[in-house]
Design a protein around this ligand. Sequence first.
Ligand code: NAD
Ligand code: UDP
Length: 328
Amino acid sequence: MGKVLITGAAGFLGSHLCDKFILEGYSVIGMDNFITGDFKNLLHLEANSNFKFINHDVTKYIKIDEDLDYILHFASPASPIDYLKIPIQTLKVGSLGTHNLLGLAKAKKARMLIASTSEVYGDPLVHPQTEDYYGNVNTIGPRGVYDEAKRFQESITMAYHRFHGIETRIVRIFNTYGPRMRLNDGRVIPAFIGQALRGEDLTVFGDGSQTRSFCYVDDQVEGIYRLLLSDYVEPVNIGNPHEITIKDFAEEIIKLTGTSQKIIYYDLPVNDPMQRQPDITLAKKILNWEPIIDRDEGMKKTFEYFKGFSEEELYKSEHKDFKNHIKK
Ligand code: NAD
Ligand code: UDP
């Protein structure tokens, strides 16, 4: 079937992609420097003869001896708390890291897919977001390090495609969730589930009227797989269009977890997008793809995963970054 290099392999999406490609019969090289990832996400592949792991920072020169057919670049901090903590690494992995990997793709004549994001649309003024919307990003805001790195990543990828004839694919991923997210990564789903499991109140930022649309990981991985194997070069949104306000979502989690916690309100982080919903018309048309796992089912699976954590893990994982927000 071919050989695939997956960067960010020890992270949430990267590890699920490793599973998918192994399952489809590919030989996989996973690469990660563990800055936000964990090898426990790959332990089940350790003994698989079709899997190999390289501990490496992709912002440094990358040397791979064997041939490669595909490269999937998923290395990057992905949670607002992570990229606030490590802004320079976030900029570097999207820019220098992508440059290194495009160079590798050119040398190996491999097809490369990059993980872009709904954040390229910033706080969008067009709703739902279509791929032809240019976005509304504050270049110098705290989220700018992630948003602009991803926008640069798209630009350099298209430049390598146009100038060097590299085969490239760009997926714009909308909020995706599921098992193997880090309980302490600050993103809303692990944050709320962790709080519910610890018996704490759920921390809604702002008045909770901002919206997100959550996609279960298996749907996301299938969309990415189909895009890689398609002929489509320009960016494609992959996400679940079912939109919900964060306040209603907190209430859903309280119901799902059967807890009696309250919602408490903190200030909205700077430049937190007020609305987000993917328009997936293009993905439906060119990939014959749409999500099939609804939020009820996906959240049950995710809750089951986090319920398996020990008390020690639950408390160790409690993140203290709310100190950056002001309680109302
Ligand atoms: P994650 O933090 O779980 O995984 C990212 C992985 O990249 C981690 O294992 C980390 O250690 C690794 N990494 C970071 N910098 C590196 C470097 N310089 N060299 C090698 N490895 C490095 O995050 P995730 O949710 O799995 O996101 C994966 C990718 O998908 C990211 O590029 C992210 O921007 C993109 N994405 C994710 C979502 C989502 O909802 N999960 C949404 C949009 C985009
Ligand atoms: N959020 C929240 N409470 C939390 C964590 C996040 O209300 O404990 C909000 C956050 O302000 C944003 C939404 O939930 O409006 C989604 O946040 P997340 O960090 O998951 O990712 P984003 O979609 O902003 O990249």
